[in-house]
Write a protein that binds this ligand. Structure first.
Ligand SMILES: NC(=O)c1ccc[n+]([C@@H]2O[C@H](COP(=O)([O-])OP(=O)(O)OC[C@H]3O[C@@H](n4cnc5c(N)ncnc54)[C@H](O)[C@@H]3O)[C@@H](O)[C@H]2O)c1
Length: 284
């Protein structure tokens, strides 16, 4: 990655074609981290398949890429549906003839105390966040194998440490990390690498949704910033950079890893300001 000085004096990364000739499927590509990654992969030369359950969002991101003279398509898919995922991967094969990168990024949240979770809500979170990774991997694998491709799974720090009122989501993210390691063992001999990304807070519509569900959203936002040693949460672009590294040949000897990208959120035992919720029994 080369760097340049932008018109306003800011440091800009110059694309270096790290993904030239590659086809990348990004689930949940219509928003947040998926959208930022779609733009970055595209700038790095990939043909990008923007997959999302929300057709308008998927089309909007693919259109942004095409407007920048890049190759991209949108495919509307619910990753929790096995037949839908099978047909999506077949469509990608028909359109581009190959799949080199699978970014399993789509997920939903369910910020509730366990006694308040209905079974259908629990099943939905497992269906999207965990079964979605299984289906996409299963049906992309025949193509990934023939290209010695790379799978990047979006986990979370929630899969490594606990978080209040988020048991269903956390369980799926822990399972994604275990799945990543297990698949890395099976797929290494086939030339396919599998890694996971574990962010803490990232400013996206998903986190904004969580803030808005708190009794005091502004307080929740400020506490979230302060719970990271760096005093802020990540941008979607910062997470996209890690996805690029893991997807590219720069990470050619890295597999089976769950990599935290968390601004010091899990550092500093006993120091720093404690958010109000940690003193008040878990509620704002
Ligand atoms: N934002 C954070 O703080 C944070 C932290 C850690 C991990 N993550 C993870 O990053 C990933 C992206 O999250 P984000 O913050 O960008 O969220 P986001 O809500 O902005 O984007 C998620 C996208 O996934 C799509 N989606 C939801 N269900 C789907 C389904 N069944 N099939 C296909 N697409 C579906 C949504 O329509 C949306 O466009 C998720 O896996 C999330 O768990 C986010």
């Amino acid at each position: 990655m080369a760097y340049g000085i932008g018109v306003n004096g800011e440091i800009e990364r110059c694309p270096s074609d790290k993904l030239k000739g590659k086809v990348a499927v990004i689930t949940g590509g219509g928003s947040g981290i998926g959208r930022a990654t779609a733009h970055l992969f595209s700038r790095e030369g990939a043909k990008v398949v923007v997959c999302d359950i929300n057709a308008a969002r998927a089309m909007s991101v693919a259109s942004e890429l095409v407007a920048g003279n890049k190759e991209a398509v949108s495919i509307t898919t619910d990753v929790s549906s096995e037949p839908a995922v099978e047909s999506m991967m077949q469509n990608v094969k028909d359109i581009y003839g190959q799949i080199d990168i699978l970014f399993n990024n789509a997920a939903v949240i369910l910020p509730k105390f366990i006694e308040q979770i209905e079974n259908h809500e629990w099943q939905r979170v497992l269906g999207v966040n965990l079964s979605g990774v299984f289906y996409c991997t299963k049906y992309a694998l025949p193509y990934l194998k023939s290209r010695h491709g790379s799978i990047v799974n979006m986990a979370s720090m929630n899969g490594l440490v606990g978080q209040m009122r988020n048991p269903a989501y956390s369980a799926t993210k822990g399972a994604v990390i275990a799945l990543t390691k297990s698949l890395a063992v099976d797929l290494a001999p086939l030339g396919v690498r599998v890694n996971a990304i574990c962010p803490a807070g990232v400013m996206t519509p998903l986190l904004e949704e969580w803030f808005q569900q708190q009794p005091n959203p502004e307080r929740a936002r400020s506490d979230c910033d302060l719970s990271h040693m760096m005093g802020r949460i990540a941008t979607a672009d910062e997470i996209a950079q890690l996805a690029l590294f893991l997807a590219s040949n720069d990470a050619s000897f890295i597999t089976g890893q769950a990599i935290p990208i968390e601004g010091g959120a899990t550092l500093g035992y006993g120091v720093g300001p404690k958010p109000e919720w940690s003193r008040g029994g878990g509620g704002y």
